[in-house]
Design a binder for this molecule. Structure first.
Ligand SMILES: [Mg+2]
Length: 122
């Protein structure tokens, strides 16, 4: 059981993630853009963050880099979510500091495994 933050501007994706994470007993926080996600991460210090890449106000890449450059939030595990999965995207996203990467539509069967891998035991 962990505190998990979802940062995603698409309501349906947010709902899907929230429902699955709730099902596994996690506490879920939600934000709709990178700016709000960054603020919530700093305030609530979740164990894990699912971060959409394409969002208004502040992109997931920018928010993710800000999280990793701040000592208070650097150790939070981060999973990037992106609709476009072109060759090199995974490498680019991981190079910018994300711990993992999932392309959309989300593989809902992989999700619990991924959470366990990243923050197992919490
Ligand atoms: Mg988006």
């Amino acid at each position: 059981m962990a505190k998990i933050l979802i940062v995603e501007d698409n309501e349906r994706n947010r709902m899907l993630l929230r429902d699955i994470l709730h099902h596994y007993g996690h506490e879920v926080l939600e934000a709709v853009n990178g700016r709000e996600g960054l603020d919530m991460a700093r305030e609530h210090l979740p164990e894990l963050i699912f971060m959409d890449i394409q969002m208004p106000v502040m992109s997931g890449l920018t928010a993710g880099e800000a999280l990793k450059s701040d000592a208070r939030t650097r150790n939070i595990k981060t999973v990037a979510l992106t609709a476009f999965a072109m060759k090199g995207d995974r490498e680019r996203i991981l190079a910018s500091g994300f711990d993992e990467y999932m392309s959309k539509p989300l593989d809902t069967r992989r999700l619990p495994q991924l959470v366990e891998e990243l923050i197992g035991g919490k």
